[in-house]
Design a protein around this ligand. Sequence first.
Ligand SMILES: Cc1cc2nc3c(=O)[nH]c(=O)nc-3n(C[C@H](O)[C@H](O)[C@H](O)COP(=O)(O)OP(=O)(O)OC[C@H]3O[C@@H](n4cnc5c(N)ncnc54)[C@H](O)[C@@H]3O)c2cc1C
Length: 231
Amino acid sequence: MMIHRPQTAGEAVQLRYGMADTAVYLAGGTDNLRLGGAAEGKELIDINALGFDTIEETDGKIYIGARVTLQQLIESDLIPAFIKEAAKFCASFAKRNSATVGGNLALRRDDSYLAAAFCAADAKLLALSAKGEKEEAVYDYLKGQCKCLLRFVVIDKDRSGWVKRFGNTSASHATLIAAESNGIYAMTVKGSGLVCGNTPDLYETMEFCDDLAGSAEYKRYLAKTVFSLRR
Ligand SMILES: Cc1cc2nc3c(=O)[nH]c(=O)nc-3n(C[C@H](O)[C@H](O)[C@H](O)COP(=O)(O)OP(=O)(O)OC[C@H]3O[C@@H](n4cnc5c(N)ncnc54)[C@H](O)[C@@H]3O)c2cc1C
């Protein structure tokens, strides 16, 4: 393992784009430094001295720094209730206290605590790529593969919605997480990935598989009914 300590966001991005796919940004480290050697052989680009760790309101928008932790989300007065609820899906306080918003999105997991809630919230990302600053919908970022450095997630102030999780236990990988806000529906299903759209029948476009989180039939049933259950 090799650790790099860039002084600016631009330097961090140049490092990442100039390296092999084994290079990653080091934020909270809950995934990068997990027991079992996930960091083995990696080049870690430490972004912890580069800022974007605050939650601020400007012109009706909430700017959430990518280095804000899940626990900071929960404790902030500016964050909508359903986004806080999604952050609480991370059952461990110790992990919530280290794991960052940017790290959670960048992992593009099919059991992501935050992905469905941010997609339903129509959240945008402010990021830095090798070509410069860019703004992108969270959903488009999650469907892509880019190596850009996430700096802020931007949502509307006072956005309302709901989010719901199904899993074997609170500490298991989620079988399904669904969210709805202002007529936008989003859902992650273990083994099937992320879908988002303007109708609740998203399950029709998905394929389901049997795994430890549940049978394909069970997942299909949850995906079909979850938006009629609401909260
Ligand atoms: C036992 C265990 C169980 C877990 N279960 C779940 C789970 O059920 N659901 C879930 O969603 N997550 C889970 N995680 C993964 C993880 O803890 C969280 O998703 C967390 O939010 C990652 O954030 P971090 O800041 O710790 O990221 P790090 O570990 O520092 O980095 C993780 C990845 O994110 C990228 N990254 C970090 N910050 C940025 C940025 N600003 N811009 C671009 N890329 C960035 C890095 O390149 C790296 O690839 C689990 C982890 C462990 C160890």
